[in-house]
Each structure stands twice: as structure tokens, then as C-alpha cells.
Design a protein around this ligand. Sequence first.
Ligand SMILES: *Cc1c(COP(=O)(O)O)cnc(C)c1O
Length: 402
Amino acid sequence: MAQPPYLHPGTELLHGGVERTPYGETSEAIFPTSGFVYDSAAQAEATFVGTEDHYQYTRFGNPTVTALERRLARIEGAEACRATATGMAAVHASMLCHLRAGDHVVASRALFGSCHWIVSTLLPRLGISHEFVDAGDQAGWQRALSRPTRVVLLETPSNPMLEIVDLGLVSALAHQAGAIVIVDNVFATPLLQRPLELGADVVVYSATKHMDGQGRVLGGAVLGERTWVEEELQPYLRNTGPTLSPFNAWVLLKGLETMGVRVEAACRRAAEIADFLAAHPAVARVWYPSRSDHPQHALAMRQMSAGGTLVTFELWGGKAASFRFLDALRLIVISNNLGDARSMVTHPATTTHMRIGAGERARLGIGDGVVRLSVGLEDMRDLTADLGRALEAAAEPKQAAE
Ligand SMILES: *Cc1c(COP(=O)(O)O)cnc(C)c1O
């Protein structure tokens, strides 16, 4: 089927993948059905043989999920996409469909907790070895990728320290080592960073984050070349079953319609907030990719068109000051989620990165005073007032309960 040429991502967010029913609905239809019926035994046979294109069963495919997959492929500029029930299903399937016992994986050290668990705990059980590399350690990537490797998994910017991996360099090294490069592009979104254009082979998303962006559903997606998606990924997904529900696919289609304006507005606020925090005496340090004091600022700005929706900063006074800060916020909510329309704050050392232990946290630079802020869409005046009040509380512990 001939597809019209891809339009700009901002347009594909709204129009990509639409296939209207004969009723001519404006908003995409939902098909909440587990299965599909055939006109005849011959049609059922032809469908199973593959000579006729007909939906069979929602674990294999569903029109609402297909609409989402087509839209995501067009936004990313990828040949093909498969949607999954969660971001972790996307990460897990993209790796496991490609790996065999005896293979070797190289991954960035700063990975989302469950991604780290898959590499460090699950893969060894399956006879797959691994090595972690610090995001910005170019010699480390070179050394690790001097041996045959099947998969490179990385996240950039990383959670929560917003470290940047050089996608072009690592992709070139990975390809020499025989590996495919899987990029978890959750923090940047397809609007700020285009890993496939920089040399990566596969992009994975937690659609739970900016794509829904309104705290409603879980979802995930894997994007890459058509042959890889159809021949390696598709059989794995069909037979293991991490299927996205049609309802959740529909919610995500609605989320994508506004993702462009949401991400743009949140990035604008995040950049202003990063500067506001950096100027405050209670703040020891700010990490934000588009600020010139980010350790990899030049690389970040080569790869990303804006700094993103997350700001990480360190308060003087460690855990006690951080807890005073979080507890003094009245508008910004405490949540380990991110990419939401509501601003959210988390203390990584005691939540998302508690389990990795103090040694690994120190190695990643996640101090007890580090706070991660996911910037939402509230009025800037209210956000800075809330942050300002909480920073005062962080700096000056109350002596007595009031
Ligand atoms: C949230 C997240 C995931 C996992 O996605 P779920 O939808 O929660 O399964 C993976 N990677 C990153 C970077 C994330 O932020």
C-alpha cells in the first residue's frame, strides 16, 4: 500500500495513520474487540495462509492499535512500529527478540531501574553477558565495543542526571562490533531527538510519559526497520502477548494530538526554571542540557533541539534539605512519574534509585541532595512561587513545629 510522504512530525501527531471507517468520524474509532469474524471458511484460510489481509485476533493486531503504530512510525520517521502494553514491554521485547544464549550486551550505566534489572539480572540467567559503560565515557564505549556484541541499549538524556550519550559515535562503534543500537528515547521524545537519523537502529518509548502525558494509561512502542520489525519483533510479540489494549491505544492517539504543544510549553518552562534554580542560594548545582554549564552541553545541543522537560538539581544540605523542599511544595506534586501536564518532583536517592545502593548512586552522581523535577504546564508565576517557597524551607529548617 503506497503511503503518502511523511509530513513534519508536528503534523503527523494529528493526522498520521488515520484510517476512517465508512461513517467518516473526525476522531479515530475505537475497536474494543478481542477477535474478528470471517465471511467464509475460505477467507479464514486465506487470512491464516497470509494471502488475505484481515484482522484475526487483537493479540496479533487491532485497527485502533494499528492506527497508533502507523502514527508513531510517521512521527519518528521509522519504517515500522509495534505498540506494547508498557514501556518495559517495549524494552524487553526489543532486546529478547534479538538475543540468543551466548550473546553479549553493552549498555549505558545510567538506565531506568527496570531496564537495569533486565540487563544485570535477567540476561545473565539466560546466558547473555553484559557490560555497563558510563554515558559520557567515550574511551569506555570504544573499549567495550571492541568485542563482538549483539545489542547496545542506552538512554539519553539519562535519568535522573541528564547525562548524554553520543548517539553517532556509539552507533558507529556498535555497528563495527556487529550490534544493533536500541535507544530509550523517553526523556527527549521524538520531537526533540531523532535517534534513527543519528545512526541508531531501534527506538523504544514508554508512551506512559509524554505521549499520554496526562497520567491516564500505560503504553509502549518499538520502532525500526520494516524487516526487523516484521521478522524478529512481530513473532516475539504475537506469541508472548504484551499487547496494548485498543482503549489505551485510543487514549494515546488523543495524547499525541497535543504532545507537540505540551512538550514545547513544558520545555520553555523547564529552561526558565533551570535558570531560576541556578540563581538561588539554596541550590548547589543544576543539570539541564541546554544550559551552558551542563557538562556535555555542546553534544546535547548537537543531538537535541531543546533541553527537555526535566530539570535535575542538587540542594545544599543533603536528604534533610531535600525532604524539607519536597514537603514544602504546595502545587508541585511528589511523584516518581514524569512527562505529565502536572509538574512532579521526586527524590531519586530514596525512591527510583534506592535499590541500586549507595555505591552505584555515588558512581552515577546521584547525591542525597539531588532532586528531579518534571516540569508541567502550570502558570510560570505559580511554579516559581511554589519553588521559591520550598527553597526557603530547604535552606532554613523550622526549629519548632507550628
Ligand atoms: C517510564 C520509563 C520506562 C518504563 O515505562 P513503563 O511504561 O513504566 O513500563 C522505561 N524507560 C524510561 C526512561 C522511563 O522513563
